[in-house]
Design a binder for this molecule. Structure first.
Ligand code: ATP
Ligand code: MG
Length: 615
């Protein structure tokens, strides 16, 4: 079996293999590195550090090291789950370690709340950074001292200088893709002068924006990222971990390679937009290793395509807008593409890991159909969710010949393929709830459910024959009448002599648990929210025009109903996953459920109803 990911540009569908641990270009690189003995003799000092803390130390117990490096400035989303499964998965498969590193070098936006939620999300996905007594949870801000010393080293070796041009001047002198940049008038100032100014920057003697430290590389490089990028800037802001200690902070492009190197990362996996940064990554680490500050072998940056999912927005800015403008109830709204939202929706870690295997990794951007993710959740839930009966759109069924006041039990398997899960008892009585759509006064062609004169089996119960219905003044059906065949009870001898085509679910009216059920669906009604793509055939090559993505919200993404559930569902634990037969997978909401009174979220229907209607 294979699944396809569609390209909106109309490219042929990319085949992605669902085999567990299907090989990919990243695994090929790792295989080649290991075969070449690239990491033989690589020391590990037990924790991140500069050259002297690793060089000559005992061999690293980790065959490879990868890392997941979130900025703690928001909640993790479905895209991050790809990166988490990839980094932790590849490390696990190669006898390596994966670090969880908070990339908290930007003082302004980071908060403890996000740190906690990210830790929770990675654990929930089933991964751990504790390896053989070593806990690989790190904060990039712990490396500020080293980063500062490394900057001093670059200055003294003539590889960096303090530039006092204004931001505008720097921008104008940078050049374009076709024109080379111009050297700053400060570029050739003596290292001593730069060093003194850099110290003054650190000591708070200069205003924000008045100067920056820049790497001295090549203003004529065809790669604009190599045209003397800024590596340190002045920011008089308190940091969530280092407080007021610093008023200079490293730029991300400078900090990230150093973080990788100090942690002895072997393979630094990142998304494609960092491809143009790789020359700087290598330049920087090479200079620091030459200067004896870092130990070789140095980490290698490898880029892969980010996850793009149809019907979903993953941009942090847009997610914030959804929450702040209350289009959703919060970051953990079950319709949000965040990990906390998906969890509350009833998505499972196993489903995410399966999804990650199935979509694979590649070097080129593509869009994954949302149904691929939903199928992974269905596949996982199918095996783990006990079956229950639930009537979502109730209509009364009266069994006219059932003994008045009588009750009995019917027995239903908890799972059709897991006999060892046993059976449960369901109360049966003379008045039941059935699904409104399971009755038709005048049956359409091929309709096998209840209509006057027809027989159906009440699932795990009796065969009944429809006798007619009651209607109100407006002609709406208010109740259906039937007679039961007393010797047809499922599981009793001879019950299978009744051959009927229809088999419908039910709940005893007297015993039913009337519960709030939320029917969630996709948050957006089009595959590319906020884009003309897929709506109007834009001439190819035309720049994509941004429309308002909020106009694409699906007005039917949340429907609240009161459903009648089999009484056992009163005992559902928060986050317990269940299949409501014929309807789909549901989960007891962890926030709004009360003991003995759970409310349920629909995770996913049993079948995909979108692919047919939308594509
Ligand atoms: P920001 O715009 O704030 O940088 P971000 O989504 O890149 O947002 P990070 O916290 O920097 O957030 O991401 C952590 C890691 O997750 C990075 O290594 C990044 O490459 C990866 N990542 C983020 N989005 C995706 C995605 N859609 N698919 C795969 N990986 C992703
Ligand atoms: Mg980022």
């Amino acid at each position: 079996m294979s699944v396809t990911s569609k390209s909106p540009a109309g490219n042929p569908p990319a085949q992605v293999s669902p085999e567990p641990h299907a090989t990919n270009f990243i695994r090929h690189i790792i295989d080649a590195d290991l075969a070449a003995g690239k990491f033989a003799g690589r020391g590990w000092g037990g924790k991140p550090g500069a050259a002297q803390s690793h060089a000559g130390k005992s061999a690293d117990p980790a065959k490879i090291r990868t890392r997941f490096p979130p900025e703690p400035n928001g909640y993790l989303h479905l895209g991050h789950s790809k990166s988490i499964c990839l980094n932790f998965g590849v490390a696990r498969d190669y006898g390596g370690f994966c670090h969880l590193r908070f990339d908290d070098t930007n003082p302004e936006k980071e908060e403890q709340e996000y740190v906690d939620s990210i830790i929770g999300a990675v654990k929930w996905l089933g991964f751990s950074w504790d390896h053989d007594g070593e806990s690989d949870l790190y904060f990039a801000s712990d490396y500020f001292d080293f980063m500062y010393q490394a900057a001093e080293h670059l200055i003294t070796t003539g590889n960096a200088y303090v530039d006092q041009q204004s931001a505008d001047e720097v921008r104008l002198a940078r050049g374009t893709l076709t024109d080379p940049g111009r050297n700053s008038p400060f570029r050739d100032r003596p290292p001593n002068e730069s060093l003194a100014l850099f110290h003054e920057m650190r000591d708070g003697k200069h205003a924000e924006g008045s100067m920056v430290l820049r790497a001295k590389i090549d203003m004529a490089s065809p790669n604009i990222n190599m045209r003397d990028p800024a590596i340190y800037r002045i920011r008089k802001a308190a940091h969530h971990r280092t407080g007021d200690k610093w008023c200079v902070y490293p730029m991300y492009t400078y900090a990230h390679p150093i973080e990788d190197a100090l942690e002895r990362i072997t393979h630094s996996l990142c998304t494609l937009e960092f491809e143009d940064q790789r020359p700087f990554y290598d330049w920087l680490l090479g200079r620091l290793a030459d200067g004896g500050l870092l130990d070789r072998p140095l980490p290698q940056q490898i880029e892969f395509a980010r996850l793009n999912l149809e019907f979903v927005v993953l941009s942090k800015r847009k997610l914030i807008q959804l929450v702040e403008e209350r289009h959703v109830s919060g970051w953990d709204d079950p319709r949000m593409p965040t990990i906390v939202g998906a969890r509350r929706r009833g998505y499972t870690p196993e489903g995410f890991r399966l999804f990650s295997e199935r979509i694979g990794v590649s070097k080129s951007d593509s869009w994954i159909d949302y149904s691929v993710l939903e199928d992974c959740m269905r596949e996982d839930l199918n095996g783990r969710a006990p079956r229950r009966m639930a009537v979502l759109d109730p209509l009364k069924l009266v069994i006219d010949n059932y003994p008045a006041g009588h009750e009995e039990e019917c027995y239903a398997p908890n799972h059709p393929q897991q006999a060892e899960w046993g059976k449960r008892a369901m109360p049966f009585s003379g008045e039941l709830w059935i699904e409104r759509e399971d009755f038709a006064e005048t049956p359409p062609k091929g309709y096998f459910r209840l209509f006057p004169g027809n027989r159906v089996r009440l699932r795990y119960g009796f065969v009944v024959e429809c006798a007619g219905c009651d209607k109100d003044a407006a002609g709406n059906v208010t109740a259906v009448h039937c007679n039961y065949l007393a010797d047809s009870k499922s599981g009793t001898p001879g019950s299978d002599t009744y051959k009927v085509k229809g088999n419908i679910h039910w709940v005893s009216a007297k015993h039913a648990y009337a519960a709030e059920v939320r029917l969630y669906d996709r948050l957006f009604k089009v595959p590319f929210p906020g884009s003309r793509r897929g709506r109007e055939a834009a001439p190819s090559g035309e720049a994509e025009t941004e429309l308002n993505f909020l106009d694409d919200l699906n007005p039917d993404s949340k429907k609240l109903i009161t459903a009648y559930l089999e009484p056992l569902l009163r005992d559902a634990r928060p986050e317990q996953q269940l299949q409501f037969e014929r309807h789909g997978y549901f989960v007891a909401d962890p926030q709004d459920s009360k003991p003995g009174a759970p409310v349920f979220n629909r995770t996913v229907t049993l079948r995909d109803s979108w692919t047919k209607s939308q594509h």
